[in-house]
Design a protein. Sequence first.
Length: 136
Amino acid sequence: MSQLSKGETAQKFDTKNKLRGIRRLKDAVKNSARAVDWLCRNETAFRQEIFLLIGTVVVISWWEISVYEKAALLGSVLFIIFAEIVNTAVEATIDRIGYELHDLAGLAKDLGSAAVTVAILISFIIWGAVVYHNSS
């Protein structure tokens, strides 16, 4: 374990003084909003997926399909966004460790990208099934 310089404090997970109740919820919402703001400003893929989400909301608002189909379509796009957020978290963690090329760092980033690709494939399958089911 590394030694701290004078004036530095160790950051550790304190299980005894965790926020609880509404204060914890407010903090979680604040932290999530900060993360989404960062993603919007720094991640092109996330911005594209937000436009996809907006388009999905517009389409399912007027498309006369069941509420379950609407939920599936919306959920499939939200799952893409979820995968993108996790992918970005993996990339940020790897970059925090170091920018030098390493096989495992590259693999971790590739796996995160693969997760987004699988989420997109799942969404295509769901959209395709709903479109097919409602086209006859």
